[in-house]
Design a protein around this ligand. Sequence first.
Ligand code: ADP
Length: 755
Amino acid sequence: MKLRSQDEKDDRRFLETLPDSLRASILDGERVRYCLKADMSRQGVFAASFLVITDQAVYGLEVDGESVRVPLAGIEEAKNFEVFGGGQVMVQTEDGMRHLVSYSRDLVPEFAAGTRIIEDLIHDREVVLPELEGPAYSKSGVPLPERGSQSPTDVPRWEIIKRLYEIVRPYRGRLILMTLAMLVTVVAQMSIPLTTKFIVDEVLNEGNLEAINTSAATEALGFFCLIICGAYTLIAIGRVFGNSLTAWLSGRITADLRARLHEQMQRLTMSYHGKRESGELIGRVMNDTGELKQFLVEGVPYLFINTLSFLAIGAILFWLNWFLALFVFLPVPLLTVGGGWFWKKLVPLFHKRGNRNSVMHSTLGESIRGIKSVKALSQEDRRHKQFLKDNEGFFSVVFRLEKTWIRFAEVMALVIGIGSVCVWYFGGRAILDPNSSFTFGDLIAFIGYMVMFYAPLQWFTAVVNWMTHAFASAERILHILDQDPEQYDDPNAITLPKIEGAIEFQDVRFSYDRGKEVIKGVTVAIQPGEMIGLVGKSGAGKSTLINLCCRFYDVDSGAILVDGHDLRKIKLSQWRENIGIVMQDPFLFNASIEENIRYGRPNASFEDVVRAARAAEAHEFILGKDEGYDTLVGEGGSNLSGGEKQRLAIARAILNDPPILILDEATSAVDSETEKAIQAAITNLVKGRTTIAIAHRLATLRNADRLLVIDDGQVVEMGTHEELLGKEDGHFAKLVKIQAENNRLRSEMQAYSHD
Ligand code: ADP
């Protein structure tokens, strides 16, 4: 049994601290290698329990229950059973199954890996553990929405702000200019009510009105009006500059973020992409960047400017008349609290509107894209009813939103109105009071400031709430940017001088979702230039083997060797350049045929492109198109037939001239003419290359040097076509029989047996 002696080599991720009370259960002299904390007792109630693996035994330990010890030497098999709501780790011994621990759903990956450790140990394999995607729970013990994400309360706001500043930093010059422009606007705005006060008090006072010569007063009036004119001009200039800079910055930041996200997504691993809907990722790129941008560019300056003017206006009001200022402050709590209350009602409505809108969009999209099926099945009415339902749903949410919005705005206006009436009343009384120095000008200025003071206030809570949303967006964006990209360059990765094309699978095991092994120990050696056909039922694991071979995913344990080197140690870029992949449903980019063929080798000459197209039996049909090689293929190749797309993909692979070829044959039937052309193209393509093909066509099956029959993640049969057909009860013979029931194949079989 291969047990390593140094503790450092054991994976720290699987080393929980064992409580002292449980430590006593471990036999003297045994050393704990791995220790996983579970959250259920074997009876299925929530309780702390542990799976402990020592150098000699495995333990299932429970704080309030019995402990189970099974020596490693006595274990025949370790199994991880997923049951509803969680799972159980069991080991098979001579005396039957022993139940070690139970755990809840969130811990499936950990315990699947734990089971793997036991399996690796009892089978003398080196323990190779898959990357876990981070913890299922937050530090404070709250389940996380997504493994490895952080709960919003765990992310220090300050960290996010720092990271956001990094994004904005290259533009800090403009940011400062924008802030200055806004400050100028605010100062200019604040000077207006004060100047009005002087006009009323100094110019339009009783003394001047009664005086016969008013030229001095007129002069003063002109002076003050000039000041106000100046202020308005400054406001205009400040706004033009400020808003233009805002527009520039907002566009710039969104564009940068989108670019960074797009770049990152191109580099993320297939397992990351495999777990996410494309719509979700597109949403993150488009919506989250939009939300964040809007907050950075409108929210931040808003908070900054309004906090400043709020303080300044407050100070001026107190300076003018502290008693009256108290009245102005009276509705402040009402405005902020009320604003917050309304906002709470609005937010779910905003979300609902977003959801209903996307539901309606997808129904509309399906109705249009699926129009042929709808008509063919005479479901126009049903489709329309569905749309009407979504349409009405959207309408009702939008109306509720608008209604709440209108009420909100009007109630706030009422509060402000009442506030100003108070100021008029108490202000008016102060003016009438002969003992008070409060002037009419003061009152005018008061009213002016009051409006400036209240207006932003009602949005304050909204903006603070908005900030929370923007932070959530920021977190989602940063989460993507923080993902590890594909390991392009393992520091020790090597570049082979030449790849010959020998591929060896050594006891390869793999699972997409931890706990559900899809490839269960595949061992096979493929010689350079050999053509291997993979056959098996759908879901057997053929595509998965191909995914592993392309290194879209890394094996969980075992290894894939290329010319004797572990694939993980070879530079990924070199490997990918050396394999050509022809997918079952090849993806074509919306560009010309020529550009699509040379997608992998943008510098290839036109002659090379044509040569490749000829070899792929595509030249003829390309010339038959109106614009020949310049013909646009349409979105996803929609202007081409399935057979044509396949041949373009083959031409692409021929142009790349890789020593290794991965071929996923199309199952769909094509006419015999096209079939022949494709077959000829494939024959040209595989010449002299190591080929792994998921084979459906009889011709391919016959041409393959060896067929591997895959069933339930294992190679169950291997041999030439004839050898396998000869085995009466063999898997392949059975598969052929089942398939022969298909009419098309039957007729093809007949043609085949006749030639
Ligand atoms: P085949 O190519 O033989 O039809 P696959 O290799 O596609 O089979 O699938 C093998 C098993 O792996 C199936 O049970 C399938 O459901 C599962 N599987 C395939 N792709 C994924 C994925 N991206 N995530 C999770 N499970 C997957």
